[in-house]
Design a protein around this ligand. Sequence first.
Ligand code: AMP
Length: 218
Amino acid sequence: MHAIILLGGPGSGKGTAADMLRKETEYIHVSTGDMLRAAIKEGTPVGREAEKFLTEGELVPDDVIIRIVEDRLDEGTGHDAYTFDGFPRTLGQAELLDRSFEGRNGSIRHVFCLKAPPEILIPRLTGRRICRSCGTNYHVVNIPPQVEGVCDNCGGELYQRSDDEESTIRHRLEVYEDQTRDLISYYDKRGVLAPVEAGKAPQDTMGEILEVLQKDGA
Ligand code: AMP
């Protein structure tokens, strides 16, 4: 199995890029944020453990995260290609992932670091809306649905994530900066880090990512 990692603060477009990769390449989208929200909704033991961290915009402990990721990898065929979106978030998670991949013959091909300034990220997040049924992302200004509050894709109801409120967003951005500094240098030293300009239109960000993937035939 092999993976690419999308690193980037809240609102940097990791989810949108992962979704485009799912449609245009063989990479399967694995979002720890989506898995945690699903676990909370279903009221599983992981969901109960994670809920307060998500509500406060804090990181869920590493052991919980690696457990849900490994469960997800165990569902695969062993030859799959994954896009990790929002994982790893800490150096500890990166080390746990390396250990897990050692036992599975896995390799990390690229770590795309999506960068954009807070003045772009904050309005992106406060305007973000998500379909309750199929998870498609919208934005009230940048990517509005045809009918307000209704998903173009499946007709589902659009909602705003509770942690997409401005004060929580600022805190999440700080948490992201603090926690990922070491992670960025960890992957930089390994030679797999690819910085991507994420302040522009999603297709342009995606173009940069695809160019890197095409260069090594992935
Ligand atoms: P996201 O959907 O990636 O923005 O994640 C939403 C929230 O889920 C974060 O603010 C964290 O509380 C939690 N979360 C998601 N992925 C991770 C991770 N890899 N490590 C720790 N917490 C995470």
